[in-house]
Design a protein around this ligand. Sequence first.
Ligand code: ADP
Ligand code: MG
Length: 337
Amino acid sequence: MEKETIESLGEFGLIDRIKSKAVIFNSNTSMGIGDDAAVIDNGKTFTLISTDLLLEGVHFDLTYTPLKHLGYKAVAINVSDIAAMNGTPKQITVSIAISNRFDLEAIDEFYEGVNAACEAYHIDLVGGDTASSRSGLVISVTAVGEVDKDKIVYRSGAGENDIVCVTGDLGAAYMGLQVLEREKQEFLGNPQMQPKIDDKTYIVGRQLKPEGRTDIVHDLNEIGVVPTSMIDISDGLASEILHLSKHSEVGFTVFFENIPIENITLETCTEFNLNPIASIISGGEDYELLMTFKQADFEKIKSIPEITPIGFVTKEKENWLVLNSGEKTKIVAQGWK
Ligand code: ADP
Ligand code: MG
């Protein structure tokens, strides 16, 4: 046997390893590592906790990311994980490490974004930590949320014949990133260049200012439907399907022609010579929700226009993407290496 390394484990293998060595001492720790948020039993309801780390040069590029947008996005992506448990975010803590490259105006701008997100989602900034950094800006946000015990949704509840749905549209954030990267390269070659992204505002906006879908959590609550499983789409549809499949011990069959995609997303794939199928199912950062429903709830779901059915759940633990030609291709693992 080869010696195990971080490379051989990959992101998910590494998390599984950390999880296998973590001991739970408290009986109110209802769900630890493994879902979109940790679940703490506080008696009447469940408290949800989710955290994310954002590093300059890895997760964002300040040459094209306005700090205000970055502040908003750092909050929104955690809100998204709370929404993925069918919960409502309530509080956040925000920690930053900054180098002497940043001035007060820059930090004010970042917090303008944080505060705008707090207002949009009705959440309170209740703490954090501030440190200096030698390698660019570091941001860590933790969100705390709440969910009624009978409404919580895990990655693990999908059952045979359930209907697979997604919210919003997919692939736009990834194509927005391609546009921003191209503009950066052109700007570096010729700083006099004016960016030409006028017709790309939608996809660029999807990359720079994503939203957590708390509106969907609200809508589902209104119609009295609880999904059987749910996850937010941060790493791309394919990757999230594999998570639901693994945790629920079922398979997913989804139809490419049913996936909601904006025209500008497809047009930009063509313009960049990128395979639309790969871009749509592997491109991340849309922060939409992937969920499954019991067939009996299907009629009710139709009243929420932002939810689109894209496939069904099978007992066989294999995951398939059916192309428009009718040809099937197996959905395979990824995640960062
Ligand atoms: P998401 O994409 O929804 O943010 P991740 O893939 O980052 O989820 O994490 C999956 C699960 O693993 C979560 O429960 C998360 O809290 C946990 N996790 C990730 N990294 C670590 C770590 N270094 N230590 C402990 N738990 C971790
Ligand atoms: Mg998530």
